[in-house]
Write a protein that binds this ligand. Sequence first.
Ligand code: CTP
Length: 399
Amino acid sequence: MRVLLGVSGGIAAYKSAALLRLLTEAGHDVRVVPTAAALEFVGRATWEALSGHPVTTGVFDDVASVEHVRLGQSADLVVVAPATADLLARAATGRADDLLTAALLVARCPVLLVPAMHTEMWLHPATQANVATLRSRGVHVLDPASGRLTGADSGPGRMPEPDEIAAAALALVGPRDLAGRRVVVSAGGTREPVDPVRFLGNRSTGRQGVALARAAARRGADVVLVAANVTVPLPHGVTVRAVETAAELGAAVRAEGKDADVVVMAAAVADFRPAEPAEHKIKKTSGEPAPIALVPTDDVLAGLVADPPRAGQVVVGFAAETGDASGDVLHHGREKARRKGAHLLVVNAVGGGRGFGAETNEVTILDRAGDVVGRAAGTKDDVADAVWDAVVRLLDVDA
Ligand code: CTP
């Protein structure tokens, strides 16, 4: 595997020499890209000798081979250790003022940043905001360890030990088991116009659908994200088709689904829409408000099951459920799995702070008979991987 090891200018750079050693001894081809400041701590000769490759820091050092593009494109994994507050800020704002930050903009593989700095710098709202931005884009940022810092002081900010960093980094490079597959994921919540300024909508942010798209791309799929009013950052490396209403979403999913191996309906699609959206803004001065007559929308998932845009396609539905007097979440999920007929139904419990807008999710994955074929609890990225694991098992059976 080709690993790009970025090193920025902090005292913990000396520990990255050991990290480099661990990675090369594990058989990986490691290219080291230090920042100019990193070379103040550990010199070029160390990096070149341990990696067996020449080392440059600037985009103008080897212009003929367009290093910043080649390094980013060819890497299977990027690790930046230590990542200083300055490096985090430059990465979060998309700066490209040296070879390392330029390569970070080009890379589409998993990226792990390993912050190391003084406690005050780590806890500063600017640094925390930069970390949140990077994480929202799918960059993995390790939390620093607590302990002795450069001087006599101690607190959070210390770089974890090289073996921990190597383990965390290698864990990111999962299987490319969706390579060659084309998948469509719908995400977000539809909006049905009432008049030119108002709509009937729902609380979906699109976070779970975006995580599904991002995970599929990481696992090698060619991904189209049909995004209905998604309010979280959109992932890199996927084709995005923005839609607004249930009808637009249905049309986009069917069109994109024509040559897809898998369609995942993670969007919260309106079941009803105003029958006749008003042409002009409804005024409060126009007297008693008229009731808004609703008509059902098409059930996109049901359409995919009854009449797949492509034969043999795997169709995945989502079901947001709350338990009630007639049964618990799983009871309702089982009933819906049998009724909907999708190959997989991902059932998640909502209400009480769970589901919509939350960072984490807890799901049970059912097959069309209502049998449990997977479970996941954790971040929406963890849930996304569990869904793709179940999809891959089905694709492998068909293959
Ligand atoms: N869905 C769809 N088109 C719709 C409504 C829903 O494709 N018009 C999809 C969603 O994307 C999701 C699944 O259907 O994958 C489950 O939707 P849900 O609203 O939970 O199911 P319903 O059949 O509407 O059941 P109920 O409202 O009775 O819980």
